[in-house]
Design a protein around this ligand. Structure first.
Ligand SMILES: NC(=O)c1ccc[n+]([C@@H]2O[C@H](COP(=O)([O-])OP(=O)(O)OC[C@H]3O[C@@H](n4cnc5c(N)ncnc54)[C@H](OP(=O)(O)O)[C@@H]3O)[C@@H](O)[C@H]2O)c1
Length: 261
């Protein structure tokens, strides 16, 4: 298949590119950047700005399927909402047979603005009429690691939001699941995909501090409001969903792909 991967330069997207190439697909990476001079391991390149709709028609030439993993939490109204609308319209015009959207577990239940934008993007995709799949993944281990690294850099204390739940997952396993979903074809809303073990963020932080040799005391940060209530209720976890196998502690001992930050 000829596959376009939006966000193919990103943390998850790069891993999807690798797996799609390994599965024998002809892969085109969509990015706002110009084509880099370094090797792309056989993938081709399309310069696309989703929010502005630039480069979409050329990017979709001869494309059978799209993995839509591009997102911008700081500019989600443009990149995620407008970008998904323009991508879906262009995909419909180009006769794309499968648009697979990467989403997040709990976005319909946690009123965090970025999640609300992702939810709106899901609805745009469903309403577009393009044959699609939506895979909602839980937070990546690497993302929790990034959050805790940032918290650990604060002077004196190590703040952790009190009572939050997580069920983080290895990004590599999410990429593997997406490669499988690509092979399956359009199946609508897929089961949520999360890591093997639900835990509190406090438990995750305790394991993180032990693995990283951080001795600072944890300060349990009181949290308020509906968004925090959603994380305290564990709406971002997937007790009944599909699960990856790499636990948080295993990942801490042998981290895979990490966010730079
Ligand atoms: N992080 C998590 O824990 C988590 C959990 C579940 C689901 N997800 C979802 O997984 C997906 C990937 O997340 P990630 O953390 O791997 O993202 P990331 O590393 O931040 O990568 C996002 C990519 O989106 C592209 N992008 C942003 N704005 C764009 C625009 N206007 N036009 C075209 N491309 C644009 C960027 O490419 P260029 O800069 O090259 O243009 C970038 O490579 C997202 O949909 C996210 O919501 C993330």
């Amino acid at each position: 298949m000829n596959v376009l991967i939006t966000g193919g330069t990103g943390h998850l997207g790069r891993l999807i590119v690798q797996r799609a190439l390994a599965a024998g697909h002809a892969v085109r990476i969509a990015s706002r950047r110009t084509q880099p001079s370094t090797a792309l391991d056989g993938a081709s390149w399309a310069t696309v700005d989703l929010g502005a709709g630039l480069g979409l028609r050329e990017a979709l030439e001869d494309i059978d399927a799209i993995v839509h993993a591009a997102s911008d939490p700081r500019n989600a109204e443009v990149a995620d909402i407008k970008g998904t609308r323009l991508l879906a319209e262009a995909a419909r015009d180009a006769g794309v047979s499968h648009l697979l959207f990467v989403s997040i577990v709990g976005i319909d239940r946690i009123p965090f603005p970025y999640y609300q934008h992702k939810f709106e993007a899901e609805r745009i995709l469903v309403d577009s009429g393009v044959p699609h799949s939506i895979l909602r993944a839980a937070q990546f281990h690497s993302f929790i690691d990034l959050l805790l690294r940032s918290a650990s850099r604060l002077p004196l204390i190590f703040p952790v939001p009190s009572g939050f739940h997580v069920q983080s997952v290895a990004t590599e396993e999410v990429a593997e699941r997406i490669a499988g979903a690509l092979a399956d074809g359009p199946r609508g809303m897929l089961p949520d995909y999360a890591g093997p073990e639900p835990m509190t963020l406090d438990e995750a932080a305790t394991a993180w501090k032990a693995a990283r040799g951080v001795r600072k005391p944890t300060f349990k940060l009181p949290t308020f409001g509906k968004t925090a209530a959603g994380f305290r209720a564990g709406h971002n976890t997937a007790p009944d969903g599909e699960r990856g196998s790499v636990t948080w502690r295993e990942w801490l001992d042998h981290p895979g792909a990490r966010y730079v930050g």
